[in-house]
Design a protein around this ligand. Sequence first.
Ligand SMILES: [Zn+2]
Length: 119
Amino acid sequence: MDTMKATRYQERLQRRRQQILATAGRLQKESRELAGQRHLDWLDQAWDENEARLLDQLSEGYLRELGRIERALGRILSGTYGLCTACHHPIEKGRLDLFPETEFCLPCQEMRERFEKAA
Ligand SMILES: [Zn+2]
């Protein structure tokens, strides 16, 4: 992939990274506030616990996405961005446009999903 194109994806990845970090920070703060409120308002305890669990799951999803973004940024630096990390063929442009952090081409992604379902 030429540098101009890679730079555009790099900018998108960095913007998304900032967004996630900002959201994750806010979620963490909310989850701390919930934990602080819990003993003050025991009537709402069940609801709060569900909410805290939801926030945890959300943060986990963000962390996983953040990991994919960091790895994609690393591939841009090492010049292998846009290549499937499994078969080393170029990833479809449409996929990169939708998911700039994607690691696999469509056939490899589909194969992995089939294996994951079977497992
Ligand atoms: Zn592949």
